[in-house]
Write a protein that binds this ligand. Structure first.
Ligand code: NAD
Length: 499
């Protein structure tokens, strides 16, 4: 049985004044606290560049929770566990001072030497911080030590390897928790359960019964304040290498023999190994890149990507990518996985559509046309739930069919918001459960797959912009499916007869 409460621990949070800490980490920690899921023996030592007193920091944490989370009268007690130290990540003396504070807090809260080092800061510092932690003996402890590291993990395989080597000097693989926050989402975690806990799905989950699977993650927002990072990376590296491939591997993996971290990861790794690699010609055939031009969203004119601040006026960076992925194994041979992700699209939505094969013989009428396929739609966000599209008899004398939708919505069942991805991931990390974090093998395989695409794209100038802000992306992404006789199912809720 897994622990229901976390063990004593110190969270040493680098980047404590940053956007991620403010919007996600403090509200998530407070949720764990008010639900009684945190041990009382916990302390958070926030470090960042700015000078701040403990009291100023505690007020900052309080404000973050009040603004971005749910607060109550336990908040004042909660923030008493927070301490602050101004820190320069490149300065050894700064780490020596940290060690003194860490040792003091360890005694004060009887933390048993348990330490979580959470790097919520620019990735350029990840390696340096890990090395300094070891050199200044912060990692020398009798308790557990864990490193939580935010994305991006490198920008290609070579840089990811270099970073991995750096952090591995101070932490072993099973002490490294690489965050992919999609893996903390309720409905992403539900993919395995839907598949492996339902006799009506698992026997059909293969190339004999499924014609194609579509995964969409669309955003309405543009590049916002991330242009400096994003313009060097684009959608392929920012979304496809991690979140999209992670969802594909959960959809395609074999049932693990046990629900342990090692068994689940090893099945996911096999999917990534079975991804068909593409040569240059095939990249053009199987991948579509796009960049948004200007357009109208919610009645407001929005600028083109190249007009955004901090973006190069001639930028060749893709803000959209669609792909037809093939998984060359027994289960999936011949079944396309169509994936697409982009910014400045029509609707914010992450959704999976599993399309089942047509019936071998159509016995029934349906307005004179063929039967609709059965679809299983998994709504990841903002809605959380599943919809099953079936055909039933139309009421009356005829033998005509009519489509129906069976809906399950998480929110209407639980009557409350499901926990934030970060809340679940922090809880897992404190308990030492790394299942929903990315193993190095997954990172390496994803990069080596994605690198082949970026190598081709980096040598060829794209004709950008090629989709209007507020649309569903470039028309070429429709052709990707049309050549196989399919089309993208809508991302908003839909009636199959209108598609
Ligand atoms: P941010 O720029 O808002 O914050 C950076 C933090 O690092 C600040 O606290 C700053 O004081 C600190 N810092 C910077 N240079 C420092 C130095 N030399 N010494 C000590 N501290 C220093 O960044 P963010 O948006 O919070 O993102 C942090 C990480 O989380 C990044 O890896 C990012 O990719 C990742 N991430 C962020 C979000 C998000 O919603 N913001 C989502 C997913 C992943």
């Amino acid at each position: 049985m897994k622990e229901t409460k976390n063990p004593a621990a110190l969270i040493l949070l680098f980047g404590a004044t940053g956007d991620l800490a403010k919007r996600k980490l403090y509200p998530s920690l407070f949720n764990l606290y008010r639900k009684g899921l945190l041990s009382n023996k916990f302390a958070v030592l926030g470090v960042a560049r700015r000078e701040k007193t403990n009291e100023e920091f505690q007020n900052w944490v309080k404000e973050s929770v009040q603004t971005f989370g749910e607060s109550n009268d336990q908040l004042s007690d909660f923030v008493k566990h927070f301490y602050y130290q101004s820190h320069d990540v490149t300065n050894s003396e700064s780490y020596r001072q940290l060690k003194t504070t860490v040792d003091n807090l360890d005694q004060l809260y009887t933390l048993e030497g348990n330490r979580i080092f959470y790097l919520a800061m620019s990735p350029e510092f990840f390696g340096t911080v890990a090395e300094h932690l070891k050199e200044e003996r912060l990692t020398q402890t009798n308790g557990f030590k864990r490193l939580v590291i935010e994305k991006p993990f490198g920008h290609d395989l070579a840089s990811a390897k270099e970073l991995n080597n750096q952090i591995r000097t101070a932490f072993s693989e099973n002490e490294i928790y690489r965050i992919d926050h999609y893996l903390g989402k309720e409905m992403v975690q539900n993919i395995e359960v839907i598949r492996f806990a339902n006799a009506i799905f698992e026997p059909l989950w293969n190339n004999r019964h499924i014609s194609n699977i579509q995964v969409t993650s669309s955003e309405v927002l543009g590049v916002e304040e991330r242009a400096r990072y994003y313009d060097k990376n684009g959608a392929l590296r920012d979304m496809m290498q991690n979140h999209m491939l992670q969802m594909v591997s959960l959809l395609a993996m074999e049932p693990p023999i046990k629900l342990t971290t090692e068994e689940i990861r090893s099945e996911k790794v096999k999917v990534l190994r079975a991804l068909r690699p593409f040569n240059k010609e095939e990249v053009h055939k199987y991948f579509v890149r796009g960049q948004y031009g200007n357009g109208v969203i919610d009645g407001k004119q929005v600028p083109a990507y190249r007009e955004e601040s901090m973006v190069q006026p001639e930028s060749n960076t893709e803000t959209y990518v669609a792909a037809k992925l093939m998984i060359d194994n027994f289960r999936w041979a011949g079944v396309p996985f169509y994936v697409r992700t982009g910014k400045r699209m029509q609707t914010k939505s992450t959704k999976i559509v599993v399309q089942f094969k047509d019936m071998p013989m159509n016995l029934y009428y349906k307005n004179g046309s063929s039967l609709n396929p059965n679809l299983l739609v998994i709504h990841i966000q903002p809605e959380e739930g599943i919809t099953l599209h079936l055909n039933v008899k139309k009421t009356g004398q005829s033998v005509e069919t009519t489509p129906v939708k069976l809906n399950f919505s998480n929110k209407s069942v639980d009557g409350m918001n499901t926990p934030e991805a970060y809340e679940k991931l922090l809880f897992d990390c404190l308990r030492g459960d790394a299942t929903n974090f990315t193993h190095w093998d997954e990172v390496a395989l994803s990069w080596s797959f994605v690198d082949k695409i970026s190598e081709v794209w980096s040598t060829e100038k794209a004709v950008f912009p090629n989709y209007e802000a507020g649309s569903m992306g470039p028309i070429e992404a429709d052709h990707l499916l049309a050549q196989d006789g399919f089309f993208w199912w809508p991302i908003a809720d839909f009636d199959i007869d209108n598609c």
